[in-house]
Write a protein that binds this ligand. Structure first.
Ligand code: SF4
Ligand code: SF4
Ligand code: SF4
Length: 208
């Protein structure tokens, strides 16, 4: 990373939310440093960060591409959670607690509201809610530390590479393979697995 990219990266919120269209904060910082990306793409940073980035880059501040960030955090409807643990690798800052077959929960003080866990949940039991009164977003330093630890854990457990919000047509085409199971068969099998897991979760709840 060049010194300029490092300086820019140090200013970013480190939520690793991918809303800028890059896979994490550091690649966005590098893209700004080379002129590939504009300085107005980081939603969590809001207008204050936009102005600072423009100043560091010696550019005129561009109009923001997003509305000002809201104080939202993820919340899991534990009664509907089937304990599949799919949300764990999706959270870049490891703000979800839980183990397989048990209800999961979000650590509000560590949640950045990035919403990357929502599409990972097969039963849609995660939602974004306004943060509690007095909630403060986790610091960039804390987000970075937790992201580094998360990546190390992913590498150790061979979890799938975390999703990137923006996918190119080329990568979509690459993903589609003629040898994979047809979509309809996969969807049926997945629906059956989810139904079985939901039934098991309901049985566990009733037995408590
Ligand atoms: S939009 Fe998200 S991933 Fe991109 S620089 Fe901002 S905090 Fe980092
Ligand atoms: S719990 Fe969900 S919304 Fe909160 S930081 Fe993790 S992935 Fe983002
Ligand atoms: S992905 Fe959804 S159902 Fe699975 S453990 Fe997480 S919250 Fe529960």
């Amino acid at each position: 990373m060049t010194p300029l990219a490092r300086t820019l990266d140090a200013l970013l919120p480190q939520t690793q939310c991918t809303r800028c269209g890059y896979s994490a904060c550091a690649p966005y910082a590098e893209a700004m440093a080379t002129g590939e990306a504009t300085h107005n793409l980081c939603e969590p940073g809001g207008s204050a960060l936009l102005a600072t980035l423009a100043q560091v880059l010696g550019q005129t501040a561009l109009p923001p591409t997003h509305a000002e960030p809201q104080a939202h955090v993820a919340w899991i409807r534990e009664i509907d959670c089937i304990g599949c643990a799919r949300c764990l690798p999706a959270c870049p800052v490891d703000a979800i607690l839980g183990a397989r077959r048990l209800s999961h929960t979000v650590i509000e003080s560590d949640c950045t509201g990035c919403d990357l866990c929502l599409p990972a949940c097969p039963v849609d039991c995660i939602e974004l809610r306004p943060a509690s009164a007095g909630w403060q977003p986790p610091s960039a330093q804390r987000n970075r530390q937790r992201f580094v630890a998360h990546q190390a854990r992913l590498a150790r457990r061979h979890w799938a590479v975390r999703p990137i919000r923006v996918q190119t047509a080329a990568s979509d085409a690459q993903t589609a393979s003629p040898t994979t199971e047809p979509d309809s068969g996969r969807a049926t099998r997945r629906a059956a697995m989810i139904a079985a897991a939901q039934a098991a979760a309901a049985a566990r709840r009733e037995s408590r």
